[in-house]
Ligand binder design. Structure first.
Ligand SMILES: [Fe+2]
Length: 315
C-alpha cells in the first residue's frame, strides 16, 4: 500500500471536483496543498534498471505522482538510444496504449530534436524555441485524450531546454478558490475550441471543442490547455474569458506551485499529463544536439498494489 489517506482518492459518490460537494473538496484540497513538493528534487527517483524497475522504485514513482502528478527518474546506468527501456518502464506503470500521433516514429515514440527546414506552421517541439504552458494532446479527439506521458532525455542541450511544471490539480484549486464560477465555465463542453489543422488546403485534423477540466471514469481530473493564444478559441462568454485570463495569470508570476527541472542525460519525467512548458535552448547540428524521447499514452499511470487486490490508480 502507498501511504495515502482516503482523501487523496476521490470517491465517485463525493467527488472533490463536484462544485456541490464542498466538504469533499475542502478535505482533498487541504491534503493536496500540505503534500505539495517544495522542489523537483522531492519527486526524483533513482532507478537501477529502467527495463525492470524494482517494487520500491515503482512505489516511489507512485508516491511522487500522488503528490504532484509528476515523477522524475534518473537511471543509474543509462544506455543511449534505449527506446525499449522507455516502453518497458511505461508498461510497468500501466502505460500501454501509445498515441501514434502525426510526429511519432514508427514505434509510436517521438524523437524530439531540432528538425531543420520545417514547413511554415512547424511544430514547436521540433525547434529550439520556448514552448508555452500546455498539456499534451489538448487538440486530440475526446476519446483520444492523453492521460500519461513519459519524456526521457538522451542528450540535453548545451544550454537551456529546461522544463517547468504545475500540477493541473493545483491549477484547479487556484481557480476554484478564486471563483467557483471559473470552474463551472471551464468544465463546460464548449469552453475551448482548437481550430482545424489545415496544411496545403487539406484538413489534417478537425476542429476540436471540449472542456478544459473534465473528470474521467475513475474520478480523476483531466485537463486540456494551451497558453498559446493563437491555438485556442475561448467561448465568447465573459466568465469563460475571465477564467482563461486568470488561468494564464498563474504562469505569469512567481508561484510556489511551479517547479522546474532540466532533464540531464539518462533522466526522465513521468506525468499524468500535468501542465508544463519548456525554455528555449542552444542548438548545434550533429551529435551534440538535444534529443529527447516522448511517449504519450491514452492511459493514466496505474500501479498494481503488491499482493492481491484491485489495481491502485495513482492520483
Ligand atoms: Fe508537452
Amino acid at each position: 500500500m502507498y501511504p495515502m489517506s482516503s482523501r487523496t482518492r476521490p470517491s465517485r459518490a463525493e467527488s472533490p471536483f463536484d462544485l456541490k460537494a464542498q466538504a469533499a473538496y475542502v478535505a482533498w484540497r487541504e491534503h493536496k496543498l500540505a503534500n505539495h513538493p517544495a522542489s523537483s528534487t522531492e519527486l526524483m527517483v533513482e532507478i537501477a534498471d529502467g527495463r525492470a524497475p524494482s517494487e520500491a522504485e515503482v512505489a516511489a514513482i507512485g508516491r511522487a505522482l500522488s503528490r504532484a502528478n509528476v515523477a522524475f527518474y534518473r537511471l543509474k546506468s543509462p544506455r543511449p538510444g534505449d527506446k525499449a527501456m522507455l516502453r518497458a518502464l511505461g508498461r510497468r506503470l500501466g502505460l500501454e496504449r501509445l498515441d501514434n500521433n502525426l510526429c511519432a516514429d514508427g514505434d509510436g515514440i517521438s524523437s524530439l530534436s531540432v528538425v531543420e527546414k520545417r514547413a511554415p506552421g512547424e511544430y514547436i517541439p521540433y525547434t529550439n524555441r520556448p514552448l508555452n504552458w500546455h498539456t499534451d494532446g489538448y487538440y486530440n479527439a475526446p476519446d483520444e485524450q492523453i492521460r500519461g506521458v513519459i519524456l526521457h532525455c538522451v542528450r540535453p542541450a548545451a544550454e537551456g531546454g529546461g522544463n517547468a511544471f504545475m500540477d493541473h490539480e493545483i491549477a484547479y484549486i487556484l481557480l476554484r478558490d478564486a471563483n467557483p464560477d471559473y470552474i463551472r465555465a471551464l468544465m463546460a463542453p464548449d469552453a475551448m475550441s482548437i481550430p482545424p489543422n489545415v496544411q496545403d488546403g487539406v484538413e489534417i485534423r478537425a476542429r476540436r471543442t471540449g472542456p478544459v477540466f473534465s473528470v474521467d471514469a475513475g474520478g480523476r481530473l483531466h485537463m486540456r490547455y494551451s497558453a498559446r493564444a493563437r491555438n485556442i478559441e475561448w467561448k465568447a462568454d465573459s466568465t469563460t474569458q475571465a477564467a482563461a485570463e486568470y488561468l494564464l495569470s498563474l504562469f505569469q508570476q512567481d508561484s510556489p506551485y511551479i517547479f522546474r527541472h532540466r532533464l540531464e542525460a539518462g533522466e526522465g519525467v513521468i506525468s499524468n499529463n500535468a501542465l508544463h512548458c519548456r525554455s528555449g535552448f542552444s542548438h548545434q547540428n550533429g551529435e551534440t544536439s538535444r534529443l529527447l524521447y516522448r511517449a504519450r499514452y491514452f492511459d493514466r499511470v496505474m500501479i498494481p498494489e503488491t499482493g492481491a487486490g484491485e489495481p491502485h490508480v495513482v492520483s
